[in-house]
Design a protein around this ligand. Structure first.
Ligand code: PMP
Length: 388
């Protein structure tokens, strides 16, 4: 029976109903609500503020003038443009690997890559806190899926003992809801020691961590040759949209031949690739934005410490404050909004039950005074932030 009313009421009663609002950007960190209130936002993934960087915006405009607004077909049909080709080459060059392959979103990249490489008889091992797209990909692939304890290489080693044709270990580089960095060296050693291969989704590390923003692998001292499958998304630090997988030639070739989410979908607009090339140039060559972001992260953590707030062990742009109960997290978010601050509450099933949180994110587009405003807001609602 289709009891839609009942299902929706249940979500509402549990405080888990979701709703989007049309928020108009006034700049990279200020959004205007439909009621006309300007809110200072601390919840976007535009970690370097590149969505509004003049160089990136100009490249997007020029890309539209050159190539129109849509690609008109899938890459393997007639939708592949010189902008896509150049972006793939520049991403590969930046990361020091043979090749990169574009996807239209990160969700599709993860579904496509994992389902292309695994099937029945294979084993996919995933960190419990991996992004939903990775977990969904594991299910879609038909492989046996086992989730290991968060960031726990010893537990991973246990889980890998099961007989299997192929073993793929999959982890977020930076965990999207906690902001901590995966223990990549340990995971790699464990994967290799148990006839496995490691895949890293560094959606939140690229641009933010490592020399030239090359992400959590670079920061851990690992090269592309160590990890044959690196997924990056372009809608976060790059400020645009889309995703890619990068790695050695044969791995990428096999993904290109088999990934259904690349084969059976329209290539993203070439102007997006043009804008992403400009964003990549800034990520690579402009360390100033990254340094400013990290100075803001330290400022926020010091200030939150002084307020006695319990933060997670994160040195990335993601700095969540766990509240516990879903309703309490929503109430805290609303209280901040009344003070002109936008910080979304993240609730189950996105995060484990009992760990609803304010997912605070910082951006290089913020100024110090704006971070102080956030800290003042958190101080004002301090009693609402006691985790249970
Ligand atoms: N991987 C991770 C770790 C993510 O956090 C996200 C998005 N939040 C994705 C993949 C999906 O990327 P996209 O938004 O481009 O679909």
């Amino acid at each position: 029976m289709w009891d839609l009313d009942g299902e929706l009421s249940e979500l509402r009663a549990a405080g888990l109903e979701r709703r989007s609002r049309a928020l108009e950007p006034l700049d990279a960190v200020t959004l205007r609500t439909p009621d006309g209130n300007a809110l200072l936002a601390f919840c976007s993934n535009d970690y370097l503020g590149l969505s509004h960087a003049p160089e990136v915006v100009a490249a997007f405009r020029a890309g539209v003038d050159r190539s129109g607004v849509g690609s008109g077909a899938a890459h393997l049909v007639t939708g592949h443009r010189p902008e896509h080709e150049a972006l793939e080459a520049e991403l590969a060059d930046w990361l020091g690997c043979d090749r990169a392959l574009l996807f239209s979103t990160g969700y599709m990249a993860n579904l496509g890559v994992i389902a292309a490489l695994l099937g029945r008889g294979d084993l996919v091992l995933q960190d419990r806190l991996n992004h939903a797209s990775l977990l969904d990909a594991g299910l879609l692939s038909g492989a046996r899926m086992q989730r290991y304890r968060h960031a726990d290489a010893a537990h991973l080693a246990d889980c890998m003992q099961r007989a299997a044709r192929r073993r793929l270990v999959v982890t977020d580089g930076v965990f999207s809801m906690d902001g901590d960095v995966a223990p990549l060296v340990d995971l790699l050693e464990t994967a290799r020691g148990n006839e496995g291969v490691l895949m890293v989704d560094d959606a939140h590390g690229l641009g933010v961590l490592g020399d030239q923003g090359r992400g959590s692998l670079a920061e851990a001292g690992l090269g592309q040759c160590d990890v044959p499958l690196l997924v990056g998304t372009l809608g976060k630090a790059f400020g645009t949209a889309g995703a890619f997988v990068a790695g050695p030639d044969q791995w990428i070739e096999l993904v290109l031949q088999k990934a259904r989410t690349a084969i059976y979908t329209t290539a993203s607009p070439p102007a997006v690739a043009a804008a992403t090339r400009a964003a990549l140039a800034l990520i690579r060559d402009d360390d100033g934005r990254r340094q400013h972001l990290h100075a803001l992260i330290r400022r926020f953590r010091d200030g939150a410490d002084a307020l006695g707030l319990r933060l997670m062990p994160s040195r990335t742009a993601i700095q969540p404050v766990v509240v516990g109960d879903a309703g309490a997290a929503v109430a805290a978010s609303r209280a901040l909004e009344r003070r002109g601050l936008l910080v979304t509450a993240i609730r189950p099933p996105t995060v484990p039950r009992g760990s609803a949180r304010l997912r605070i994110t910082l951006s290089a587009a913020h100024g110090e005074a704006q971070v102080d405003r956030l800290l003042d807001g958190l101080a004002a609602i301090r009693p609402m932030l006691e985790a249970e």
